[in-house]
Design a protein around this ligand. Sequence first.
Ligand SMILES: [Zn+2]
Length: 181
Amino acid sequence: METLVLNAAYQPVNRVSWQEAFRMVFTGRAEIVETYTDRVIRSAREVFPVPSIVRFVRKVTYVFRGGVKFNRKNLYLRDKGRCQYCGDRVPSNAFDFEHVIPKAQGGRTRWENIVVACIPCNQRKGNRTPSQAGMRLRSKPMRPRFLPGAGSASLIWSEGMPRTWRDYLHSVRYWHVALED
Ligand SMILES: [Zn+2]
């Protein structure tokens, strides 16, 4: 039996055992958002409903084990939703994967060689490196150690998960298609 953990902004960050969820609540780090209707824990004198969702009461930085998965959603988070050439904000469902060293020149699809770009910048750069195209990157792309709000694939809604989780988990398979080639 697991509990979904949300950050202070109600975004899913992890799933933990119900025992761990109880500890988080009793130590004051988290509050209960939803409980299982059919599961309770009995102590000698009391009956506690088991939390199905808890939420951190304060803003915390959560470090994920195993690194951050390379996928479309996490790339967008790393680059803060901005084109890494012109700095414009780009919609999360309409940005290009920009190979800094183009594939045609041997560039790989890796954290270190991919940035978010708006469509005009991506087209302007074409199959050239930034220096060949006379364009400057705003930051050097790197593999992030952690990202606020970036969960693992297990935070995608799927059948069999508690119904209460559904409102908080995305079902968009699109975000989590593996991208490395
Ligand atoms: Zn741009």
